[in-house]
Design a protein around this ligand. Structure first.
Ligand SMILES: [Zn+2]
Length: 253
């Protein structure tokens, strides 16, 4: 299985427009973060988790020319705003499969009503094949993917386990029952926004606590704000086996 971090930044990305914060002005490529998303590939299949406003740029940058579907964690803009840019995939492949909680589907159908509208469709508008997921395993090709339920402040969000890989973002609360689903994994990706606490995201200390509970072989932190600090300086302070993710990082599991 190959994992490509398409984006590792929080909702505004890094640099933030107009910001003169030192991290936003950094020349280190690891301090430049598009909105959070990941590409998961195995046996010639390719799935994207979330489809934020940088989706087009991310697909071009990763050289991704075919996707088998998009799996959504939740409906916030930084995770869904790029959906219109599935058009080139739709033109090449036909209907694009999406997988999401029914509340997320309802939100997408409001936001992108012209895509979900089945009557008098404007030519060039993509067509989606919608798959509602609940908190139980669902099948992507030859793999059973396990959702992990959590809360982003009060909003339900899904993380996902793909074999030995689990990807959880925008989490603030995850019940112990859900954590059991990601025991014995090799690679955990988990969100941490910054050093200071936040109402709807883990901060770094909470993410490290979560990693301890899950006890994966290695863990990568994503959905990072410029307020976390410089990539290199934060990385130096992390425990063994814990890494800040960065854009374009690839893992083979
Ligand atoms: Zn987010």
């Amino acid at each position: 299985m190959k994992i490509t971090f398409l984006g590792t930044g929080t909702s505004q990305g890094i640099p933030v427009i107009g910001s003169e914060h030192p991290v936003c002005l950094s020349n280190d490529f690891k301090d430049k973060r598009l909105r959070v998303s990941v590409l998961v590939e195995w046996d010639g299949y390719a799935y994207v988790i979330d489809c934020g406003p940088d989706f087009r740029q991310q697909m071009l940058r990763a050289g991704c020319t075919k996707i088998d579907g998009i799996v959504f964690t939740h409906e916030h803009s930084d995770h869904v705003a790029g959906l219109d840019d599935v058009r080139p995939f739709y033109f090449r492949q036909g209907d694009i499969k999406i997988y999401a909680h029914e509340r997320v589907i309802a939100s997408l159908s409001k936001r992108f009503d012209y895509i979900f509208n089945t009557e008098d469709k404007y030519p060039g508008v993509p067509t989606l094949s919608v798959n509602v997921i609940e908190n139980k395993p669902f099948i992507l090709k030859n793999l059973a993917v396990v959702p992990i339920n959590g809360l982003h402040h009060q909003l339900q969000v899904f993380g996902f386990r793909f074999k030995d890989f689990a990807y959880l973002t925008d989490m603030k609360t995850v019940d112990d029952e859900e954590i059991k689903k990601i025991k014995n994994i090799k690679v955990l990706v988990i969100n941490a926004l910054r050093i200071e606490p936040h109402i709807s995201h883990f901060n770094l200390a909470e993410a490290l606590e979560f990693i301890k509970k899950v006890n994966p072989k290695t863990a990568y932190i994503t959905h990072i704000s410029h307020l976390m600090g410089f990539h290199e300086a934060v990385q130096e302070r992390l425990p063994d086996g814990v890494f800040l993710a960065y854009d374009n990082l690839q893992l083979t599991i």
